[in-house]
Design a protein around this ligand. Structure first.
Ligand SMILES: Cc1ncc(COP(=O)(O)O)c(C=O)c1O
Length: 363
């Protein structure tokens, strides 16, 4: 098995390499000691919804009513499934911006819709342009799925860049599902919540969670924010398929929002150091790599080596024991690229870069 190899370095998995901060784990332990082991409201604990509402008001100037516009879910994974199922009628088209997170197209297909890819490219820093979006819209378009900061490219879009997208959304009367799970990991610009743009709150389902920023992947803890009628539709699916998110994880999430800021900042600062190291490293060894503004992924081009993404990733693993993800798994626009997660120590990143340089010089 790949993971049994001790000499292997993984830049493959999109998961923080930190253990959940101790104060969050401690809050969960304390809650268990108090015997808090029951179901919660289908919507999630009131205290957690209040905290989420307060956070959005404070940071994005957006008010969501904790009683009917916030739903606590088991990961963004569940929130994504609920959002897509709630708004998709059979045959509806949902636009997906590629390269994209691997779960989007399947989620649309499971809901009876048709995923319609829109390509982005390195020349545009993997940002969606309003021209490309317009070309993909048909009378069957129900919504667009956005994900900035982006997995797998690390691209971000700031307010000024998102505004033309919002105009197209308004003009064509479509909805937006905005997966903002990497919201806390922006390095050069401030994150803009898509719902905060003019006219977008009533058409947007915002998905966010605790997996990445607070290093809480195993807690399965996230939430959706949406106008009340849309949230009610999502709630109907959630209450019969999930009932509620786990109470212990919800207690951890409350603690994260109340007291987690300092730890998040420390982790984000460290990701930023790794980002600089890996991007510079790739460019130095001749793999063209644009500077990703967010998340924890670098997306270098391997085109100059003459190998496809898959050949590169497979041979690199085989010859140098470095795990990367071939860009084509994220859609056609990922052909010729590699996704490298820098959720690994700086020592491992340096060693991986040395090995990649070695590999290239022997092609
Ligand atoms: C863009 C994106 N959305 C959603 C998820 C899933 O997040 P969660 O752990 O909250 O289910 C991931 C996980 O890698 C992701 O990269």
């Amino acid at each position: 098995m790949v993971s049994d190899n001790e000499d292997m370095i993984s830049l493959g998995v999109g998961e923080p390499d930190y253990i959940t901060p101790w104060h969050i784990r401690e809050a969960c332990i304390h809650s268990l000691e108090q015997g808090e082991t029951s179901y919660t409201s289908n919507y999630g604990l009131v205290e957690l919804r209040d905290e989420i509402s307060r956070t959005y008001t404070q940071k994005q100037g957006l008010y969501y009513d904790p009683t009917c516009e916030i739903l606590v879910t088991s990961g963004v994974s569940e929130a994504l499934d609920l959002a897509v199922r709630a708004i998709t009628d059979p045959g509806d088209e949902i636009i997906i911006v590629e390269p994209s997170y691997v779960a989007y197209a399947p989620a649309v297909i499971f809901a009876g819709g048709n995923p319609v890819p829109v390509q982005t490219c390195m020349e545009d820093k993997f940002k969606l342009t309003s021209e490309n979006l317009k070309k993909a819209i048909t009378p069957k378009t129900k919504a667009i799925l956005l994900n900035y900061p982006n997995n797998p490219t690390g691209a971000v879009m700031d307010k000024r860049e998102l505004e033309p997208i919002a105009e197209v959304v308004e003009e064509h009367d479509i909805m937006v599902i905005s997966d903002e799970v990497y919201e806390r990991m922006t390095y050069d610009t401030r994150h803009t919540c898509f719902a905060s743009l003019d006219g977008m709150r009533q058409r947007t389902i915002v998905l966010n969670g605790f997996s990445k920023a607070y290093s809480m992947t195993g807690f399965r803890m996230a939430y959706a924010l949406a106008p009340a009628p849309v949230l009610a539709a999502m709630m109907r699916i959630h209450q019969y398929s999930m009932l509620c998110a786990p109470i212990t994880a919800q207690v951890g999430a409350i603690e994260a929002l109340k007291n987690g800021e300092e730890e998040v900042e420390k982790m984000v600062n460290e990701y930023n150091r790794r980002r600089r190291l890996i991007v510079k490293g790739f460019n130095n060894i001749g793999l063209d790599c644009f500077n990703p503004g967010g998340a924890f992924y670098a997306f270098p081009s391997v085109a100059s080596t003459g190998l496809t993404s898959e050949q590169f990733a497979e041979r690199l693993l085989d010859q140098q024991q470095v795990v990367t993800i071939p860009g084509n798994v994220f859609g056609r626009a990922g052909n010729g690229y590699l996704r490298c997660a820098y959720a690994a120590s700086r020592e491992d990143i340096k060693e991986a870069l040395d090995r990649i340089e070695n590999f290239i010089s022997n092609i």
